[in-house]
Design a protein around this ligand. Sequence first.
Ligand code: LLP
Length: 416
Amino acid sequence: MDHFTYRNFDLCCEQVSLRTLAADVGTPAYVYSKAALLENYRAYDAAFAEVPHLVCYSVKANANLGVLATLARAGAGADIVSGGELFRALRAGFPPSTIIFSGVGKTRDELREALKAEILMFNVESLSELRTLDEVAREMGVRAPVALRVNPDVDPQTHPYIATGLKTSKFGIPFAQALEAYADAASLKGVEVVGADIHIGSQLTKASPFADAVARIAALVKTLRERSIEIRTVDVGGGLGIRYRAEAPPTHREYATVLLPALRELGVRVLLEPGRSIVGNAGVLLTRVLYRKQTGEKTFVVVDAAMNDLIRPVLYDAYHEIRPVTEARPGVPGETVDVVGPICESGDFLAKGRELARTDEGDLLAVMSAGAYGFAMASNYNTRPRAVEVLVDGNRYTIVRRRETYEDLVAGESAL
Ligand code: LLP
């Protein structure tokens, strides 16, 4: 169900009018729908119900404590990639036994913190990391539960910056080296091999690359078992795409249907690491039009949100639908505009050459599908305070992160 709809010409998140919200909390503002978050999480949970499984939400997509706590209370686990994300996940209430630690460059300190917290599993990405983890665990007198992230060399057919499962990428242990790596891991006293892991990329809109990757990992698990290396969990990663524009990604159920036959046969516990498909369409970036500008060549709509708030358009050429917060009345003329922010870079745009109903100074716009990798990738470039974040639940809302102040921005600095 779409949780962002017009009621009486007013775009609402659930039952809260974005116009009212903007008047209350200001702009730019990230607005998330709690119902959408829960619906997306539960869709995964239901789709994999027939096998033992845990949906570990990928914290990097949106690490707000309010978002995390909502998912933790619903029963999700967490997929983390840093000590900072471990801190957040624990603070938000994820039980350590539901936290998995991924990423190519975990430091010794981060490994130690995660071992101390007794997390569910480490997804190890190289032999050097494996040896370091073994050492750190032995120093602490514990054994680290480990899955090896194997790179299946499958083309995910997505943007090159977010493809991770090709053999040219920095991620995972090359498929051809996997058996040897597992034999190595099995011989170490500080680690206990429990699983296998893949993640081939993000914003995948076809099911076939997932199917190919899982087939490869299933074959590997069988070979490992023949060699007496027991694999009890398979982590299929994240990456399921969402609809930004005209994409038609597989539904949760279609995704599960593709993966389940191979996983069922293995009899393993299935871990999932979805990020975008849980939070992406659950959030919008609310912004106000500051100025209009006609150059003869182009019409610019200058808004108060910028590339520091949402970097996806310039970084990945990403398309985010833009909707007027007050629904355009029939007959309002359209125009082709660039929607740009106040930052001093030509890369500071939210949309280029976009057909929109005519907007004027003071109008509000909603940049859709901004819940994932929106605020999470925001910066303070041009010394812009990061936006307020709001979580809507029915007809109520909570400020889950207040807008940064100028004082926040200089805290920790020194003028000598
Ligand atoms: N697991 C691992 C190991 C990952 O590297 C990622 C994402 C995920 C899970 C979650 O993937 P998702 O379900 O969200 O596709 N900033 C980019 C996306 C980067 C994805 C990085 N890895 C963007 O805005 O499109």
